[in-house]
Design a protein around this ligand. Structure first.
Ligand code: RUB
Length: 307
């Protein structure tokens, strides 16, 4: 349980962050927990796995990759503890392997859409979006990137470091400069925390502003998302919860101390409607957002909840 708590804390404090990394860390935690679980009965095994699953899922509410990973990793069919344990270990390892493979595939598939000379704008720090950009560069395409700072946590600094390591020419801008620079951009590529059945995207706060500006300037808006970022529960109309984080990420408490009429809001994600999205690059190919339902139905591999 100690390791599970450690992983949960890392996800909560964002030491482990980004929807894909969160998913892999949760699958690893479930696997290791199941491997070391000492129980007297199958009932006890089932209850413990259920509790740990719910605990991990509760760490961050928005990235659907987290409940998807936990569900996929913790599946078992046997009524025998040792067999069920092995099933979880196998399923978790399979999930982790597939997640790595998915990033590679997205890079390969998406990079074919990048042209020599493209200026790409990206937001926050998405490993899936970066996989497309770095693969395009590695295959000889002469590209450059405009990366947003992504306030308040400034994940853009991780992005520029990563791009610099690949020697990709990169410009860092503040979030409010997105529209100012859009005219010179060829493609916007962002990641996803969740994709709803209607094709709407949930990603880092400010993503919808990039989409609006791209739409206005008639630039292509591309989302890079593994199939485990699609949200099954949105099929039955469940909304995706937007995480609201602490005010002190935005401004130091001392600044607010003598401002009794001021409140701070800090939503971590926003919605981008499907009509602003040109394509979603997934590990099973490029799809239009209207195909999100099909991906959920045919590729997520578990039963839908009863309505
Ligand atoms: C990260 C974020 C990323 C997606 C996709 O938010 O919005 O764009 O999670 O990332 P946070 P990836 O920093 O709050 O977790 O492609 O790496 O899964």
């Amino acid at each position: 349980m100690e390791k599970v708590q450690e992983t949960a804390e890392k996800i909560r404090t964002m030491e482990v962050r980004g929807a894909g990394r969160i998913a892999k860390a949760a699958a690893e935690a479930i696997r290791d927990y199941a491997a070391g679980l000492e129980v007297a009965s199958m009932e006890e095994f089932a209850t413990s796995i259920q509790e740990v699953s719910s605990f991990l899922i509760s760490t961050r509410p928005t990235a659907v990759s987290l409940p998807n990973a936990v569900k996929l990793a913790s599946r078992y069919s046997s009524g025998n503890v040792e067999e069920a344990r092995q099933e979880i270990i196998t399923n978790a390892n399979l999930f982790i392997k597939r997640a790595d493979r998915a990033l590679e595939k997205i890079g390969k598939i998406g990079s074919r859409r990048i042209q020599d000379g493209d200026v790409i704008m990206t937001h926050c720090n998405s490993h899936a979006a970066l996989s497309i950009i770095t693969t395009a560069f590695d295959t000889g395409k002469d590209i450059s990137v405009i990366a947003t700072e992504s306030r308040p946590r400034r994940q853009g600094l991780l992005t520029i470091r990563h791009l610099n390591d690949f020697s990709i020419p990169t410009t860092l801008i503040v979030d409010s400069a997105v529209r100012y620079y859009m005219k010179g951009v060829d493609k916007v590529i962002v990641g996803a925390d969740a994709i709803a059945a209607n094709g709407a995207l949930v990603n880092k706060i400010g993503t919808s502003q990039l989409a609006l500006a791209a739409h206005e300037a008639r630039k292509s808006f591309m989302v890079a998302a593994e199939t485990f970022k699609f949200s099954p529960s949105t099929i039955v109309g469940n909304p995706i919860e937007i995480e609201e984080r602490a005010a002190d990420e935005v401004v130091a408490p001392s600044v607010l101390a003598d401002l009794p009429h001021v409140q701070v809001r800090n939503p971590a994600f926003d919605f981008t409607p499907a009509e602003y999205i040109d394509m979603i690059v997934t590990d099973i190919g490029i799809i239009p957002p209207a195909m999100a339902y099909t991906v959920i139905k045919e590729h997520l591999g578990w039963e839908f909840e009863e309505i």
